[in-house]
Design a protein around this ligand. Structure first.
Ligand code: SF4
Length: 64
């Protein structure tokens, strides 16, 4: 895999949608109130993309 998902923590509203779609990669940090990329290689790109697409504030992006 050549690209990695990244979350803009300042935009994340902690809705947990990305975690529900792709718990192998994203984890909600409940004390901070935003999601984090825990295992960037944890799921196929299509599944990560699905998590990006469902994010209501579109704060998950690919980084090469
Ligand atoms: S879907 Fe977007 S806003 Fe919701 S927790 Fe994940 S990164 Fe944050």
């Amino acid at each position: 895999m050549t690209r990695t998902p990244m979350i803009d923590e300042t935009a994340c509203i902690g809705c947990n949608a990305c975690v529900e779609v792709c718990p192998e990669v994203f984890v909600l940090n409940e004390s901070l109130g935003w999601a984090m990329v825990m295992f960037p290689d944890g799921a196929p790109e299509e599944q990560i993309q699905a998590a990006m697409d469902i994010c209501p504030v579109h704060c998950i992006t690919w980084v090469e």
